[in-house]
Write a protein that binds this ligand. Structure first.
Ligand code: ADP
Length: 448
């Protein structure tokens, strides 16, 4: 097992990884920008190294500074968290070239899944069902027209290098295609430096359901069931549940069997998530994330597992030591992503948190790097806390989340706490009958 792990991230996820390491008796190295010198992940780590100025490009994305920090401190492995360098194949390669272990998949698999066209190609060959669309990248507007005529409108133009919902445009009819084509490519070019796009049928009422997988280096692949992440705004998740209110145990098993056999054939290792759209009882693959996800805690709560410890054990070469039959799903878990944003306009609201009080009690978990007196810097993602509850049933989990939200205090900045409270209070949310478009309308209703 590793003696020391460098955590190449910040905020709640750096803390999350630190906690797993501590419990395993592994020492931790935090890295931080000058804006994060007093951050909680720096305070709790065994050692810390400043890697640059506030701008993430010069600090949390500064591979040379991070690798120097790892070398100077004598770390054995690097955990990338999510975001930043977590899906950067070149970074994973450089970590390994420095004689350190990268706690994640192989650079080849990161690269393959990072290109959404290559990812869909791989899944097609492995018999995983896909959303109908273009066979590969669209070379011209004429080709886009031909594919759209074939799969029928509405269609979605998506960036091959996409992420965070950027570079994605709907065309509801032939009249809208040229504009969608142009805007998606421009957005893709500016966000990812790559304007390749592809096309998918735009599903009008799907749910976003994803499957958590772990694979060791000895050929064992297991899944930990699904997460329903249909509550989204601008294609970004706000609330996640495990399990999905609409999936039966048989559906879960069938999808799980298909996915684990596909990943075994691929020789995949470490943690991964396959994202699907689910409509009319059919699953269609959209992308695979080759890293730990923000919403991983809901899976941990229902399965009683620590996914970060598993990632570390796998990277150290240990076998899983259990099989699919040993994995049980107990009760229901919900996560609310609490961000430093206005709950109605979503305008960013960084600044000083005068008072922070985390809720507690049975089945309540808070993953956050906040503390009273902390100043949320304006330079990074606005996520400040993940409030997670676990209860025997979905109605009880909702009751617990309402109670926990009412206890939580983040004073001094605006947060999305009131929005989450409104969602939990809503009868439609409570019924479980929602699609990926539900939250957008709910938010518009509150604004209007
Ligand atoms: P990103 O990598 O940018 O997050 P994804 O492919 O994961 O992009 O899609 C993000 C979200 O966009 C999905 O969860 C879903 O809400 C929506 N979406 C993606 N593809 C489609 C589609 N073909 N039809 C309808 N909605 C889609």
């Amino acid at each position: 097992m590793f003696g020391k792990v460098l955590i190449a991230n910040r905020g709640e996820i750096a803390l999350r990884v630190h906690r797993a390491c501590q419990e395993m008796g592994i020492r931790t190295v935090a890295v931080h920008s000058t804006a994060d010198a007093t951050a909680m992940h720096v305070r709790l780590a065994d050692e810390s190294v400043c890697i640059g100025p506030p701008n993430a490009r010069d600090s949390y994305l500064n591979t040379a500074a991070i690798l120097s920090a790892a070398t100077i401190t004598g770390a054995d492995a690097v955990h990338p968290g999510y975001g930043f360098l977590s899906e950067n194949a070149r970074f994973a390669e450089m970590v390994e070239a420095h004689g350190l272990k990268f706690i994640g998949p192989s650079p080849d698999h990161i690269r393959m899944m990072g290109d959404k066209i290559a990812a869909k190609d791989a899944m097609r060959r492995l018999d995983v069902p896909l959303v109908p669309g273009s066979p590969g990248a669209l070379e011209s507007l004429e080709e886009a027209r031909a594919v759209a005529d074939q799969i029928k409108y509405p269609v979605l133009i998506k960036a091959a290098a996409g992420g965070g919902g950027r570079g994605m445009k709907v065309a509801r009819s032939a009249d809208e295609l040229e504009e969608a084509w142009r805007v998606a490519r421009t957005e893709a070019k500016s966000a990812f430096g790559d304007d390749s796009v592809y096309m998918e049928k735009y599903l009008d009422r799907p749910r976003h359901i994803e499957l958590q997988v772990l694979a060791d280096t000895h050929g064992n692949v297991v899944h930990f069931g699904e997460r329903d992440c249909s509550l989204q705004r601008r294609h970004q998740k706000l609330v996640e549940e495990a399990g999905s209110p609409v999936l039966s145990a048989a559906d879960r098993e069938a999808l799980g069997a298909r996915v684990t056999s596909a990943l075994a054939k691929l020789g995949y290792r470490n943690a991964g998530t396959l994202e699907f759209l689910w409509q009319d009882g059919q699953f269609a693959f959209i992308e695979m994330n080759t890293r730990l996800q923000v919403e991983h805690p809901v899976t941990e709560m229902v399965c009683g597992i620590d996914l970060v410890k598993e990632q570390i054990r796998i990277a150290a070469g240990e076998p899983l030591g259990y099989g699919q039959g040993d994995i049980r799903f107990a009760g229901h878990a919900i996560e609310c992503r609490i961000t430093a944003e206005d709950p109605e306009t979503f305008a960013p609201s960084p600044g000083r948190v005068n008072t922070y009080h985390a809720p507690g009690g049975l089945g309540v978990r808070v993953d956050s790097a906040l503390y009273s007196g902390y100043t949320v810097p304006p330079h990074y993602d606005s996520l400040v806390a993940k409030l997670v509850v676990h209860a025997p049933s979905r109605p009880e989990a909702i009751g617990r989340m309402r109670r926990a939200l009412s206890e939580m205090v983040v004073a001094g900045i605006r947060t999305t706490l009131p929005l989450h409270q409104a969602v939990m209070d809503d009868p439609e949310f409570q019924s479980g009958e929602y699609t990926i478009h539900w939250l957008e309308r709910f938010v518009a209703g509150r604004q209007g």
